[in-house]
Ligand binder design. Structure first.
Ligand code: FE2
Length: 360
């Protein structure tokens, strides 16, 4: 297994923020502390943090974290690439590849870091639509070249010159693309962390995922119809005293087909959401096609599962109508027919649970 180190550039002046970014609160830690803890959890070792502006405070904050602290004394007149060079110089001989992280991108998930680490290419970076994010990974050879690079535009300029060696890993992790240069961006990061804490994307985090998912228009409209149906069903349950998390129902329903178009789209959708830091939404999406088991009482998973069966395209349909279409497709194959019957039976039993639940 390759030994992966990390260099965190934290020497900058935080001038647009008006506060010292690395020490702003983030979750249980500071911005810098959170990033270090996440990288350690993913076994990045060694981790070099290059400090500069208010270096003593940051070094004190990280003193017990086991990272290597390197001071960029010329932080006022140097660029981020100069800090990276200092970090590379300190750890390049100790590892096979190095992750590059600016300190103000703390919300990137461990799953994203793992994917970048495991991608076998001289240079790896994350991508979403036409944006590139962090971490950027360089193998030992590329680290050497980056250290010698004297061209314009820092790391970005270096990457441009190595285009053919760069592998882009598509991720749906907003944290990989969100830094905290301004107070507004910092507020956004806190909101993102709040969504992660809930286990499903809401508000701006949900909007971001929907916008960057590349969902075709027909799928988006279907998902909106499923969301309306699921919320309607959840509200009716509420009247019978079964109070579901409506935000979770809406979020999972809008995202249930995020993996559509790929093999085993329910599992793929769950994987996307789980890697983005949303395990509750992921679990519902994983089961939206077939439930693991029928719950005794209606819950969020059952409601999204059923709503998807009761909406064809954008139109509401009965279970009978919905399954009649599938039956035609399965005719001719005994195996497909048996599978179809199992799914139809499960949907009927799930509907029965919902009807019993609202009859209480
Ligand atoms: Fe669907």
């Amino acid at each position: 297994m390759k030994r992966t180190g990390a260099v965190i550039a934290a020497a900058g002046l935080s001038s647009r923020m008006g506060a010292f970014k690395p020490l702003l609160p983030f979750g249980e830690f500071s911005v810098a502390g959170h990033l270090v803890a996440m990288l350690k959890a993913e076994h990045a070792d060694p981790i070099a943090v290059v400090t500069g502006f208010r270096g003593e405070e940051l070094e004190l904050e990280l003193a017990d974290s086991g990272v290597l602290l390197i001071r960029n004394e010329h932080y006022e007149t140097s660029e981020m690439m100069d800090s990276l060079r200092l970090g590379f110089g300190a750890i390049a001989e100790l590892c096979d590849q190095i992750l590059v992280m600016p300190v103000d991108v703390p919300a990137v998930t461990g799953a994203t870091v793992r994917r970048v680490m495991e991608c076998d290419s001289p240079i790896v970076r994350t991508k979403s639509m036409d944006r590139y994010g962090h971490p950027v990974k360089l193998d030992r050879e590329m680290v050497k070249l980056a250290m010698a690079y004297q061209g314009d535009d820092g790391l970005r300029g270096f990457l441009k010159g190595q285009k053919e060696l760069v592998r882009d890993v598509v991720v749906y992790d907003e944290g990989s693309f969100t830094d905290a240069d301004t107070r507004e961006e910092y507020r956004r990061l806190l909101a993102l962390n709040g969504s992660r804490g809930k286990g499903y994307p809401d508000g701006e985090a949900l909007k971001w995922l929907l916008q960057t998912s590349g969902m075709p228009e027909t799928v988006r409209r279907h998902s909106e119809a499923v969301s309306r149906k699921a919320l309607d069903m959840a509200v009716r349950l509420g009247r019978s005293g079964i109070c579901l998390n409506l935000e979770l129902v809406r979020s999972a329903a809008l995202l249930h087909d995020i993996g559509k178009g790929q093999p085993d789209h329910a599992r793929r959708g769950a994987e996307i959401l789980s890697r983005s830091g949303y395990p509750l939404a992921a679990e519902i999406v994983r089961q939206h096609h077939d439930l693991d088991c029928i719950p005794p009482k209606a819950d969020e998973t059952l409601v999204v599962y059923l709503a998807d069966k009761l909406v064809q395209g954008e139109r509401e349909v009965s279970l009978e109508e919905r399954f009649e279409r599938s039956r035609i497709k399965c005719a001719g194959s005994r195996e497909a027919m048996e599978h179809f019957e199992r799914r139809r039976l499960q949907a009927r039993r799930a509907l029965q649970v919902w009807e019993n639940s609202i009859a209480i």
